[in-house]
Design a protein around this ligand. Structure first.
Ligand SMILES: *[C@@H]1O[C@H](CO)[C@@H](O)[C@H](O)[C@H]1NC(C)=O
Ligand SMILES: *[C@@H]1O[C@H](CO)[C@@H](O)[C@H](O)[C@H]1NC(C)=O
Ligand SMILES: *[C@@H]1O[C@H](CO)[C@@H](O)[C@H](O)[C@H]1NC(C)=O
Ligand SMILES: *[C@@H]1O[C@H](CO)[C@@H](O)[C@H](O)[C@H]1NC(C)=O
Ligand SMILES: *[C@@H]1O[C@H](CO)[C@@H](O)[C@H](O)[C@H]1NC(C)=O
Ligand SMILES: *[C@@H]1O[C@H](CO)[C@@H](O)[C@H](O)[C@H]1NC(C)=O
Length: 833
């Protein structure tokens, strides 16, 4: 026995000696203790302990120092949280490892570097680096990422990004992103096994399924050694000139595999995070999102926060998890699983699933024998029966990825029947008493609220008898009947105009002194409830430079909006050279400033930011004093959330469309800034940007060909020749300081890179002269449009592939490449008018 101890003792001696020697030379370095944090060099990232939910679990992580709401980009101990930060430390041990320990929980996390580290660095890219003797990295957080892919981070065959379990639980979730085993594409995987989305193969400059990568924008992607095990992919955010007004900090950006399986790219703008891109676009294409027997509906998430539901007769297996947005456990029967020969079947409709499910096919079987076969096998959860072919397909395990067949292409005559448990009598009595209790409580509260409502109504009816005649008021909005509006507009006889969303008619309310403009929405995309919700949002937005919504009508398929009437019409009617009406410089400047204030209010003043999406002179109305009022805000959302309708209507007026529209990328408020810049040019020049003889457009007799004003105007303005751009009909009667400011702001607004464009609030200050306006760089894309070269690549990249979402990209490209619009305007002056 003593003999066996001898080698052990030797071993201990051998190991202890160098260890203690090391400890003498190299003291352990405590990096973080308790609630301390460290900042990267330029204070972009912060490293420290954080607690993502209220369950008492603390983690060591990295987050953006400037974000008001913490956004975590890296977590060290995602598998083993610590119970408190006060007794936790992050230290670089004397042996050269980074360890995270807690006096109670011990060592919960450590690095696995091969060479010992002697120092560390926390870079401004968000990388925590351990350095060895010669200063070279021996371990990097960038090589051990969590769920976030930051600019500058190299993705190799050894890197995987794994989602958080839920938005407030950093432990590893079910979804991950990795380079495929053939090193040529990225894949999103469920449970590390089932791929459900991929980028498509690398083509040399982009992935097949992500052609938008090639759009010349602030991101650039690099793929070194594709198709080999040494493959390494990264992206960087191109630095932009910091001289841009209103843009203080570089744009932050990150890709995240979110806990519900989507890969999302976020960018920050003025302290806000905006989803810039995401895949799969349809959340329901995320594999197993709703678990077994869960049902995914992409449209439902407009009304409820989650896309997941249980099919009829089923409840979430783990209600608490569903509550925290983890649906992976799926659904189970209300009364638990059992196998009873008396079970019944319920038709749940034409639901389909995808993925592999163990199944047994019985050809030429009637529905009742199909049912019988299913009853005889306890693994059978239900069956599909086709009444035409009499094909019976028994499901021997609960299916996942169940969707409504309406979101499916192709139809069959299959109907899904799901096994329904015989309800146990004891359980039924429990549930009955619950139901009774609910009924009692429910009826009491219904009674209470009815009384309350009655009281309010009584008081209201005393106060506003007159209003009652027009219908009842919703907030400050009046609900009109269709009949009323039909009468008010004299049978929709006096048409004021036709906008992107429908025709507008003049109307008179019953007191016959108040004029209104009634907009009849064409092809309204939304249902009644959604329409009302949106209208209430729009109705609550009030600003002197926004047209006021007075009320609405939503009856059967009619959707009408009733606005204040603007006696001086739209700005567009003053912009024709043949128009007899001329706006003075003072009025033009006031319109520019008012419009900017109205849009700025939409962007920054409301509770939810509203992107107008269709700023153009037609949507800028003038009241009796020529004050600008922006109209049609909020409608883009109402008519179609995917903007496809807006895009379609923009085809004719592509001069206002920001480059991001073309790239098919999500749109931010800066798209409005771009359109506003284009509108400013028209206001200064007293002319349209595109002079054409399109049907319905104005005909300019002397114009031999179409001519695109902005590139020429931009060049003149940048060279300081603002005079040549200002409307000649003013005969020089304008404030040249204001004109220079306005013209320069216009060019800032139409910058290709949305980051350089000032925010609308800044535009207001620039116009007011509160913020200095420097000389902008020339916007290149509009030049390219007329010279017709460099932009071709984008067109080719986009045509044919992933613009299938009905976004109308191809429509737009048609508009851009129409032969007339790029005829010949390299540097020519405007044709004489
Ligand atoms: C950090 O902890 C110390 C001691 O526990 C406390 O005095 C101090 O206020 C804390 N600081 C912050 C910023 O919470
Ligand atoms: C990523 O790869 C590039 C090129 O191989 C290299 O220059 C860069 O240092 C790498 N970045 C990191 C963080 O390892
Ligand atoms: C994930 O995969 C493991 C092993 O392949 C399996 O045991 C587990 O049940 C799977 N989890 C889910 C949610 O599919
Ligand atoms: C993608 O690349 C792989 C491996 O090189 C190849 O087998 C596959 O056919 C390619 N797919 C497409 C759609 O080109
Ligand atoms: C259910 O049916 C499948 C396929 O026919 C069979 O493999 C399985 O053993 C059956 N299970 C029972 C419990 O009968
Ligand atoms: C499937 O879609 C149809 C039509 O949109 C709808 O009536 C039905 O209720 C949906 N089914 C489920 C289970 O939601």
């Amino acid at each position: 026995m003593p003999c066996t101890h001898l080698p052990l003792l030797l071993l201990v001696l051998v190991f202890l000696f160098p260890l203690s020697a090391c400890a003498k030379n190299n003291k352990a370095i405590t990096i973080i203790k308790g609630n301390q944090t460290i900042l990267s060099l330029q204070s972009i990232f912060r490293l420290g302990f954080f607690i993502p939910s209220t369950n008492g679990n603390w983690y060591l992580g990295i987050w953006y120092a400037s974000s008001p709401k913490p956004v975590y980009v890296w977590v060290a101990n995602r598998n083993r949280p610590v119970s408190d930060p006060d007794s936790s430390t992050l230290e670089l041990t004397s042996t050269g490892y980074l360890i995270l320990s807690n006096s109670r929980d011990g060592v919960v996390w450590r690095t696995d570097n091969k060479d010992p580290a002697t120092g560390y660095r926390f870079s401004d890219s968000g990388n925590l680096i351990l350095t060895g003797k010669n200063g070279s990295p021996v371990w990097q957080s960038f090589q051990n990422p969590t769920d976030t892919w930051l600019p500058g981070m190299n993705v190799t065959s050894r890197t995987a990004f794994t989602s958080w379990r839920t938005p407030s639980d950093p432990s590893p979730g079910l979804y991950s992103l990795r380079l495929s085993p053939s090193f040529n594409e990225f894949q999103l995987l469920h449970n590390e096994t089932t791929p459900y989305w991929s980028t498509g193969n690398w083509t040399g400059e982009s992935f097949l399924g992500v052609p938008e990568m090639t759009v010349p924008y602030i991101y650039s992607f690099h793929f070194d050694y594709p198709y080999t095990p040494a493959a390494s992919f990264r992206y960087i955010v191109t630095p932009t000139s910091d001289s841009a007004p209103g843009v203080g900090q570089p744009r932050l950006s990150r890709f995240v595999v979110d806990s519900n399986g989507q890969l999302k790219q976020w960018t920050s703008e003025m302290q806000n995070w905006i989803t810039f891109w995401s895949q799969p676009e349809d959340q329901c294409r995320v594999h197993a999102l709703c678990g077994q027997l869960g049902f995914c509906s992409s449209t439902s998430k407009l009304l409820t926060p989650s896309a997941c539901m249980c099919i009829r007769g089923f409840l979430p297996k783990n209600a608490a998890a569903w509550e925290s947005m983890d649906y992976s456990d799926g659904c189970s029967r209300e009364y638990g699983d059992s196998c009873d020969g008396r079970d019944t079947f319920e038709a749940v409709g034409d639901l389909r699933y995808d993925g592999v499910v163990q199944m047994s096919r019985l050809p030429q079987v009637s529905k009742s024998s199909c049912e019988k076969s299913c009853l005889g096998n306890c693994s059978c959860v239900g069956f599909y029966h086709n009444y035409k072919s009499n094909l019976c397909k028994m499901l021997l395990e609960p299916p996942m990825n169940i969707k409504n067949s309406s979101s499916w292409t192709g139809t069959t005559d299959d109907v899904l029947y799901i096994r329904d448990q015989i309800k146990k009598s004891s359980k039924r009595s429990v549930s009955t008493s619950i139901i009774i209790l609910c009924c009692v409580v429910g009826s009491i509260s219904v009674l209470g609220s009815t009384l309350f409502v009655l009281l309010i109504l009584l008081r209201k009816s005393e106060k506003t008898k007159k209003e009652e005649e027009d219908g009842f008021a919703v907030l400050n909005l009046k609900v009109f009947s269709f009949k009323e509006l039909h009468k008010a507009t004299n049978g929709f006889s006096e048409k004021l105009g036709h906008g992107g969303f429908g025709a507008v008619f003049k109307g008179t309310l019953h007191d016959s002194s108040t004029f209104v403009a009634v907009k009849r929405l064409e092809r309204p995309g939304s249902g009644e409830g959604e329409f009302r919700a949106e209208v209430c949002t729009i109705g609550n937005i009030q600003h002197v430079n926004l047209v006021r919504l007075r009320g609405f009508c939503s009856e059967n398929l009619h959707r009408l909006l009733v606005y204040d009437y603007m006696p001086n019409g739209s700005l567009s009617s003053y912009l024709s050279r043949t128009s007899p009406k001329l706006l003075s410089w003072e009025t033009r400047f006031r319109i520019a400033l008012g419009t900017a204030k109205g849009i700025a209010y939409l962007h920054e003043g409301c509770r939810d930011c509203i992107i107008h999406c269709d700023i153009k002179p037609e949507n800028i109305l003038l009241d009796s004093d020529y004050n600008a009022k922006v109209s049609d805000f909020g409608l883009a959302k109402l008519v179609g959330r995917d903007f496809s309708r807006v895009l379609a209507t923009m085809r004719g007026t592509w001069g206002y469309v920001a480059p991001e529209w073309i790239s098919g990328l999500p749109i931010t408020t800066k798209a409005d800034v771009y359109s506003f810049g284009m509108t400013l040019l028209e206001l200064i020049g007293g002319r349209r940007n595109v002079v054409s003889d399109t049907p319905g457009g104005e005909k300019e007799e002397k114009e031999p060909e179409k001519w695109f004003f902005p590139p020429w105007a931009a060049r003149e303005i940048i060279q300081g020749n603002v005079d040549s751009v200002v409307d000649a009909r003013l005969n020089g009667e304008y404030n040249s300081e204001e004109a220079t400011r306005m013209a320069t702001v216009a060019i800032w607004c139409i910058q290709d890179n949305e980051e350089i464009r000032p925010a609308m609030g800044t535009v207001v200050k620039m116009l007011e002269g509160v913020v200095e306006v420097t000389v902008p760089p020339p916007p290149k894309l509009i030049q390219a449009l007329v010279s017709g070269d460099s932009y071709n690549g984008v067109g080719n990249g986009l045509s044919g592939t992933s613009c299938s979402e009905g976004r109308g990209c191809s429509d737009l490209m048609t508009g851009l490449s129409s032969p007339g619009s790029r005829s010949s305007f390299g540097g020519k002056p405007p044709p004489s008018l």
